[in-house]
Design a protein around this ligand. Structure first.
Ligand code: NAP
Length: 297
């Protein structure tokens, strides 16, 4: 790897090892192992891969996990009933609802039915609200994992100009909140760009720290960034490649070569942000088991 390439696999491995030791310590004190319940709806192959990666990571760190696959014809009523069952099951600490959902199921409607104390994805309005006002909370795993990368690579955010491209509830928006709010890895002057942002380059070119989470290959090119920028490419896109075994390869949202030429640090795709997301899910599940976020309940 070039010396400006962030090794998300390595950092995630260190984090998972820490979680593993913490789980062992928790269990050695007479507690049962933490447990994650994964919910997958439909047969989307990418979603299946993500859930498998998450349950494999659970196994590695000593967290129990179960996954259930519901048909994509499932009604909202049936799904809410299933979630209600997991909410009241004391042996389950964390509930993971793999997104995206089939079109007839609205994510915000479903997410609200998950007990916020088991919302290890950090998507429930209670947890997002607590993040916004700076209270302890389950933080969305992808942006929280990016802050861990900043910590590991000593990327200072305070007073820097951060630009986040993509404003989804699960990545871009919480990332912008974290970058602008939190003290240790925040206090950056933060701009959040979205589909209606006019002249994207006018914003990206000013970024000291650029986080891109859109799902659009080559959206960001070398001409759109300044020398020395730290680039976090969250995007995961499948592009056709007849030379690849599966007929496609994964790329991010940045034109990697031209952006990497100017960046002081950059995440690759794959091997950058993805493994961090999984590691942070492990961390959140342990926090849920320990009742660390909502101790009074
Ligand atoms: P999403 O829900 O589709 O959100 C995409 C966001 O990008 C929206 O806010 C959208 O704007 C904005 N957008 C669309 N076109 C744009 C443009 N031309 N310029 C600026 N903004 C634009 O996607 P997501 O769930 O956040 O995921 C984004 C990407 O990250 C996907 O490729 C996904 O696979 C990947 N991802 C990776 C990880 C990981 O662990 N590595 C985790 C999650 C997601 P509007 O709000 O105006 O529609």
């Amino acid at each position: 790897m070039g010396n400006n390439i962030i090794d998300g696999k390595k950092v995630a491995g260190i984090l998972r090892q820490q979680v593993k030791e913490d789980v062992q310590e928790w269990v050695s004190r007479g507690n049962r192992p933490p447990k994650l319940q994964a919910i997958l709806i439909g047969n989307d192959p990418a979603s299946k891969t993500y859930v498998n990666a998450k349950t494999r990571a659970c196994e590695e760190v000593g967290i129990e996990s179960e996954s259930v696959i519901f048909p994509d014809t499932m009604s909202i009523k049936e799904l809410k009933e299933a979630i209600g069952k997991y909410n009241s099951d004391d042996s389950i600490d964390g509930i993971l609802l793999q997104l995206p959902l089939p079109g007839h199921l609205h994510p915000s409607q479903v997410i609200e039915t998950i007990d916020h104390r088991k919302d290890v994805d950090g998507f429930h309005p209670m947890n997002v609200g607590r993040l916004t006002v700076g209270q302890p909370t389950f933080r969305s795993c992808t942006p929280a994992g990016i802050l861990e990368l900043f910590r590991y690579y000593s990327v200072m955010t305070k007073g820097k100009r951060a630009v986040v491209v993509g404003a989804s509830n699960i990545v871009g928006s919480p990332m912008a909140i974290m970058l602008s709010r939190e003290n240790e890895s925040g206090k950056a002057t933060t701009t959040l760009c979205h589909k209606y942002t006019r002249d994207l380059t006018q914003h990206t070119i000013q970024a000291d720290i650029l986080v891109v989470a859109v799902g659009s290959p080559k959206l960001i090119t070398g001409q759109m960034v300044k020398e020395g920028v730290v680039v976090i490419d969250v995007g995961i896109n499948r592009v056709a490649d007849s030379t690849a075994e599966k007929g496609y390869r994964l790329v991010g949202d940045c034109d990697f070569d031209s952006v990497a030429e100017k960046a002081s640090l950059i995440t690759p795709v794959p091997g950058g942000v993805g493994p961090m997301t999984v590691a942070m899910l492990m961390k959140n599940t342990l926090l849920a088991a320990k009742r660390s976020i909502y101790p009074q309940d």
